[in-house]
Design a protein around this ligand. Structure first.
Ligand SMILES: *[C@@H]1O[C@H](CO)[C@@H](O)[C@H](O)[C@H]1NC(C)=O
Length: 162
């Protein structure tokens, strides 16, 4: 009985391993440790993990500085959708997830930076739904290019209070 339980557990582990260890650009970056205790680097598997040498967010004093998020799915790193609607929702959700992983929430967002204003009206509708009555400061700029190139339509970052 003990042996078969062990065999079962091993089988489950083996079946689970390939998916979770899938080597994608999004999840191969190592855990980052700040060189100074006054800066805390945030990492959560529930938002896309950048392949580049950056953290999802850094906390300094009372503020959480979230990196510019591209519309990439957590775990797989795949580009989310092909339209501005789904990609806008994806970047907003990623920033929210990271802010919550840092122990805060959307009501404490103070500033948002939005890159790509081609579909400004549509992005604003989704954005307004997302924040509800909370209206953080924001800047929005037109951009010539966004990392990862074709298929990625938006980058967005936030700063929030802890
Ligand atoms: C900006 O978004 C529009 C769709 O809203 C897209 O057609 C365009 O390619 C995007 N620009 C960049 C630089 O990705």
């Amino acid at each position: 009985m003990r042996f078969s339980l062990f065999a079962f557990a091993t089988t489950v582990l083996l079946l689970a391993a390939p998916a979770s260890m899938k080597p994608t650009a999004a999840n191969t970056c190592a855990e980052r440790v700040s060189t100074d205790p006054s800066v805390k680097l945030i990492r959560t598997e529930d938002a896309a993990i950048p392949g580049s040498p950056i953290s999802q967010a850094a906390v300094s004093g009372d503020h959480i500085y979230v990196s510019g998020f591209l519309p990439l799915a957590p775990h797989t790193g795949d580009i989310v959708g092909t339209d501005i609607d789904s990609q806008t929702r994806a970047v907003l959700e990623s920033c929210k997830t990271v802010i919550e992983a840092a122990g805060s929430h959307l009501g404490k967002v103070v500033k948002v930076n939005l890159k790509n204003i081609t579909d400004y009206g549509r992005v604003n509708e989704i954005y307004a739904d997302f924040f509800g009555t909370h209206r953080p400061a924001r800047s929005a700029v037109a951009v010539a290019d966004i990392p990862l190139g074709g298929g990625v339509l938006i980058e967005l970052d936030m700063t929030a209070r802890v």
